[in-house]
Design a protein around this ligand. Structure first.
Ligand SMILES: *Cc1c(COP(=O)(O)O)cnc(C)c1O
Length: 372
């Protein structure tokens, strides 16, 4: 392998597509021949399959995106203007834009430097009389300890809802229970790069309350229950039949794909130089490795070195949301979330997707270890 010609990408859906193409094509043909394109039998079948996958006694509602899943979850709890929602600042912007979309105010909790996840011990000090919900983000495929968070919150106000942001955690479990089955509502994204990715946009809401599920289903389509009559204010956030049919095919491969992600993570764990800081999950967490993230002091220098060797890396996330121009109006000054701000300068995401070749993995580790 000539190093000057090697390139390793962060993500390449075509490799998986090549192995499942006949199944995808026949799913697409089935939909096109059916005469039904939006919110029909394919969506229903996929909702049931996803709920079966989550192995819980609850309901799944397909929507248009992960962002919509979060927004509709908040709306279904009547959270809006004047309410506060606690989350983290090192997350994908949509976690925060969903809170703003319903008119609520995001309140940021600092992170645990060992995992880069929400520091549960700091949630209680972030609560006020206006706190209505907490959105823990299961970042990178790791999991926030939801039962522990619930415990913390119950000492303050048991009515504060937990909305799990599961956009990156399809396949993750804690004490053998799936991410998305422990909070009051959870939001999944099927954006193409996620662990379960559609061939376009898509999302899912999961919850165990039938009453909430019915409300969410109404909000998903203009507040309709029967006919074209709005029972309550809603939006348009339908999952389309093509994406549902494609997701139905891909869901069957998800367990195997998560196993592959875990195998790749194990390779990094055991082959990277010991001086590189790993973000290890807690012992009771089955990490789904949406991303494999390390912490390094000279992050930008290492990133540049790797880029010169054809290796793409990512930063999740380069700028904490409270420091972005678009969120200056929140008035949260630099220095207020020290662990979040420190992590932003050190986190580096290495190539991670289930079809990464062994020689690519070996090459990435070799290049990183050489530069240590
Ligand atoms: C991707 C992502 C979302 C948003 O999902 P979309 O389907 O892109 O709208 C929300 N939260 C997190 C943590 C994400 O990674």
């Amino acid at each position: 392998m000539s190093n000057t010609e090697t390139t390793v990408t962060m993500f390449d859906y075509l490799r998986h597509h090549a192995t499942i193409e006949p199944e995808i094509q026949s799913a697409i043909k089935r939909v096109l021949d059916s005469g039904w394109l939006v919110l029909g039998p394919e969506v229903k079948t996929f909702e049931e399959a996803f709920s079966h996958y989550l192995n819980f006694d609850g309901y799944c509602i397909g929507v248009n995106s992960g962002t919509d899943a979060l927004t509709i979850a908040l709306r279904s709890l009547n959270i809006g203007l004047g309410d506060e929602v606690i989350t983290v600042s090192n997350t994908a912007v949509p976690t925060v834009s969903a809170i703003r979309e319903v008119g609520a105010t995001p309140v940021f909790c600092d992170i645990d430097p060992a995992t880069s996840l929400m520091d549960i011990t700091k949630v209680t000090t972030a609560t006020t009389s206006k706190t209505r919900a907490v959105i823990p983000v299961h970042l990178f495929g790791n999991m926030v300890d939801i039962p522990k968070l619930r415990n913390e919150l119950s000492t303050i106000d048991a009515s504060i809802a937990i909305i799990e942001d599961c956009a990156q955690s399809q396949g993750a479990k804690i004490d053998n229970q799936h991410a998305g089955t422990l909070g009051d509502i959870s939001a999944f994204s099927f954006y193409p790069t996620k662990n379960l990715g559609a061939y376009g946009d898509g999302g899912m809401i999961a919850c165990s309350s039938k009453k909430l599920a019915d409300k969410i289903r109404r909000i998903r389509m203009y507040g309709f229950e029967k006919g074209h009559y709005s029972e309550e204010e809603g939006v348009n956030s339908r999952l389309d039949e093509l994406q549902a049919a494609i997701l139905g095919v891909k869901l069957r491969y998800l367990p195997q794909q998560v196993d592959n992600r875990r195998r790749i993570a194990h390779y990094y764990d055991t082959h990277l130089h010991p001086s590189i800081q790993r973000l290890s999950p807690a012992a009771n967490v089955h990490h789904a490795y949406h991303l494999y993230v390390v912490r390094v002091n000279q992050r930008d220098k290492l990133r540049e070195t790797l880029a010169k060797k054809g290796i793409s890396t990512g930063i999740h996330y380069q700028t904490p949301i409270h420091l972005m121009r678009g969120y200056q109006f929140l008035g949260i000054e630099k220095g207020r979330l020290p662990e979040t701000e420190k992590a932003a300068a050190e986190l580096l995401s290495l190539p991670m997707f289930p079809e990464l070749y062994d020689d690519e993995l070996a090459y990435v580790c070799e290049c990183i270890n050489q530069s240590m």
